[in-house]
Design a protein around this ligand. Structure first.
Ligand code: AMP
Length: 421
């Protein structure tokens, strides 16, 4: 037996309807907000993710990089944004519309230590709204994430929001962090020693140094916002208030990626047993990513939800999805001539959009009967010798246990009527 690769999981037939429902719900709500789906490749040229200005762990340590047979250096996508922006630029989507509201659903790959809610292949759905600097758009994107969570029925969830400010504010904040951490350099973890030179913001995100006194007493981005950035942030909060979206200002939130400016946010689930993996999703505004990937100077804002965590959170709050796969009809047939009629009726039923099946494994009536019971179908059609010679079928309603004979010709139509379809 060969096992699945470490950090991956199978979605078994008993679970797949949950995924289908979650995706359907996501599509429904994203459409309500005017977002259109974009599907980009699972692998890209490595430079899409390994950019000079991106030093996050996700990009420096966790990517699956490989050469193909043509010696091209490729990377399995570790997140959705960079590929979407690459496609946005390559296909010049900005020519048609000033603002592009896009969404994606698909797998990402990160070489991380697997644990509950953390995998090496995981699903995300996310949005990118590209082409506007309007703070009302920040509120819309955050509001969309909030609205979605509410529609799923999740209650123990909160929106945490912060601002990193514009480029100037970021530079001032970075300088303040460097000054703050330099005297503590020797006591920081090895990674953070490097981060101090390259991007000290990332020290605030460090899992190892989380409780380091210097991290706890570090300056916050808010202390270094210039007037423009402060006004921008206030406008985002005002719009969130107008939309009745509850949030909490998280002054230490900086988020993992290097490209964020102004608004950053996370959606956190306050659920018992969830441990460190309580961040369901997050995102932020980016100013220079489109340009960095060869496009015009356009800003964007986006977020991504981890879908495994959404399902885990729903499980923890005992919100269930209905498995809508209960068949309408299951057919039992005594012998080959009866099975020929069964096959004919099956296709007739499907033609009428009824979910219909029969048993293909056991030949005797008893095992067919067992299969019918297991299928949990609403009606069972029985074709025995008597039925065959009288050109009728017996139809049993599995809920009421009532059974009656109906001419073959109108059997499917009759069931369709009973089902009200
Ligand atoms: P990020 O792209 O790191 O901001 O992650 C956005 C969301 O994706 C997180 O909040 C998680 O819900 C989910 N996520 C990120 N990494 C993983 C992973 N390795 N396994 C499962 N979910 C993940």
């Amino acid at each position: 037996m060969i096992n699945k690769a470490k950090g991956t999981y199978d979605v078994l037939p008993t679970e797949s309807h949950k995924w289908a429902s979650l995706e359907e719900k996501a599509r429904e709500i994203l459409t309500l907000f005017g977002y259109k789906e974009i599907r980009t490749p699972i692998f890209e040229y490595s430079e899409v993710f390994h950019r000079v200005n991106e030093q996050s762990d996700m990009v420096t340590k966790e990517t699956y990089d490989f050469f193909d047979k043509g010696e091209r250096q490729l990377t399995l996508r570790p997140e959705g944004t960079a590929g979407v922006i690459r496609s946005f630029v390559e296909n010049k989507l900005y020519v048609e519309n000033n603002l592009n509201k896009l969404f994606y659903i698909g797998p990402n790959f990160r070489y991380e230590r697997p644990q509950k809610g953390r995998f090496r292949q995981f699903m995300q759905f996310g949005v990118e709204a590209i082409g506007s600097n309007d703070p009302a758009l920040d509120a819309e994107v955050i509001g969309l994430a909030y609205f979605f969570i509410k529609k799923l029925g999740l209650k123990g969830v909160k929106v945490r929001i912060n601002s990193l400010g514009d480029q100037d504010s970021r530079v001032a904040f970075k300088a303040a962090l460097t000054a703050h951490f330099t005297p503590h350099k020797e006591t920081l973890c090895e990674d953070c020693k490097n981060r101090l030179d390259k991007n000290p913001l990332r020290i605030l995100d460090c899992k190892i140094d989380q409780k380091h006194p210097a991290v706890l007493s570090a300056p916050t981005p808010q202390d270094h916002l210039n007037d423009f950035s402060r006004d921008y942030f206030q406008a985002v909060l005002d719009y969130l208030d107008s939309a009745h979206i509850t949030y909490e200002i998280a002054s230490k939130l900086v988020r993992g990626l290097d490209y964020y400016t102004h608004t950053v946010f996370e959606i956190e689930a306050d659920i018992e047993g969830f441990g460190a993996q309580n961040v369901l999703g997050g995102g932020g505004r980016y100013q220079s990513l489109v340009k960095e990937l060869g496009g015009p100077d356009l800003p964007g804002i986006g977020f991504a939800f981890g879908m495994e965590r959404l399902l885990l959170a729903m499980e923890a709050e005992e919100i269930s999805f209905v498995d809508q796969h209960q068949p309408d009809i299951f057919i039992l047939a005594i012998d080959k001539p009866a099975r020929e009629l069964a096959v004919k009726l099956l296709f007739e039923a499907r033609e009428q959009n009824l979910v219909a099946d029969m048993d293909y494994t056991g030949t005797n009536f008893k095992s067919q009967f067992k299969a019918a019971l297991k299928s949990n179908s609403k009606y069972v059609i029985i074709i025995g010798e008597a039925e065959l010679s009288n050109k009728v079928v017996s139809i049993k309603n599995t809920e009421t246990q009532e059974q009656e004979q109906v001419p073959v010709k109108i059997a499917i139509r009759t069931i369709k009527n009973w089902l009200g379809k």
